[in-house]
Design a protein around this ligand. Structure first.
Ligand SMILES: CC(C)(COP(=O)(O)OP(=O)(O)OC[C@H]1O[C@@H](n2cnc3c(N)ncnc32)[C@H](O)[C@@H]1OP(=O)(O)O)[C@@H](O)C(=O)NCCC(=O)NCCS
Length: 209
């Protein structure tokens, strides 16, 4: 049987957060802010054009679910307010920065709204997602790629246990490639709970942008 390519959970709950694939109309403003805030986008190619972002966010809200498997909204588990997004997806083999011959490794990415920095939310979300992934996928390397100038992201990577293994150029900037073994995040339990039954229909999934 082939292994699931990435996390299958539709919802992962941690101490303060819920990672959810479901997207609600009330998430719209937060999602637009994430892609248009110059500070948040400083190491991600700069803010994206508002009209383009609104069009994309409206399509995602209409679909009711994040665009790709392995992508989650990070929300406060009491208020349900969106604090950011997290992605645990496959790094395309034709992108630079790999630790295996064939590429396609799991890659972790995270983006928090500016107002949510400095509270440990990204670390908590990443730990919960990696723990859930370690519980359902075989051991394998996980990548984390971040601009070498992005010190906050590199600090977070180190706290999570990722180690830098090299640098390369992409998008006109030096990127640092970090990696960690998925199994090191195992041992579920704790305060993480995982739900895999989809709250959204297959039809909604197939209509994603
Ligand atoms: C990268 C990014 C997610 C890091 O956010 P962050 O809030 O610094 O990261 P963490 O969740 O690990 O929080 C750690 C900080 O919270 C503080 N903190 C406060 N309460 C905490 C708690 N309960 N638990 C842990 N840390 C806590 C820590 O002391 C630390 O602060 P410091 O960096 O000033 O020492 C954020 O800067 C961001 O979204 N940047 C824009 C997007 C981006 O560049 N993404 C990277 C692409 S992969």
């Amino acid at each position: 049987m082939s292994q699931p390519p990435t996390l299958s959970a539709t919802e992962i709950t941690s101490r303060r957060l819920v990672l959810r694939r479901a997207v609600h109309a009330t998430d719209r403003d937060a999602l637009v802010e994430l892609s248009t805030d110059p500070e948040v986008r400083a190491y991600l190619g700069g803010p994206r054009p508002l009209g383009e972002v609104e069009q994309h966010v409206d399509a995602v809200v209409a679909a009711g679910v994040t665009s790709w498997p392995g992508s989650y909204l990070i929300a406060d588990n009491i208020t349900n307010d969106v604090l950011g997004t997290l992605m645990l997806a496959r790094r395309p083999a034709d992108s630079p920065g790999h630790v295996t011959e064939d590429g396609g490794e799991l890659e972790l990415g995270y983006v928090l709204r500016r107002g949510a920095w400095g509270a440990g939310f990204a670390g908590e979300a990443a730990t919960a997602a990696l723990r859930a992934a370690a519980g359902e996928l075989p051991d394998q390397p996980v990548l984390l790629v971040t601009q070498s100038a992005n010190t906050r992201s590199l600090k977070l990577a180190a706290r999570l246990g990722f180690r830098p293994v090299g640098t390369f150029e992409e998008f006109g900037a030096e990127q640092t490639l970090c990696t960690a073994a998925l199994s090191t995040f195992g041992d579920g339990g704790g305060t993480t709970s995982i739900r895999t039954k989809s709250p959204v229909s297959r039809a909604a999934l197939s209509g994603l942008p």
